[in-house]
Design a protein around this ligand. Sequence first.
Ligand SMILES: [Zn+2]
Ligand SMILES: [Zn+2]
Length: 79
Amino acid sequence: MLCPVCNGLRPLVSTCYVCGARLLDEGKWTDWTGPYAPYEPVAFTAETYLSSGEEICKHVGYCPICEDGFEVSVREREL
Ligand SMILES: [Zn+2]
Ligand SMILES: [Zn+2]
């Protein structure tokens, strides 16, 4: 399991689907215990594999405009 974002190979690049602002990397869902967390991290442990078998790493992107966090899926082999 090699996440390019977790391993510092590239930054998390994503935009808010509500307002289009650049999201800030707030780390992995499993590490995220901030005040904006909408779910318990354990709720995502069963979703770390896509139906295709491709591994993904769930990160949190925080939008400073909406002041809310969004789930960002990083594909492990995507570079
Ligand atoms: Zn990651
Ligand atoms: Zn936004």
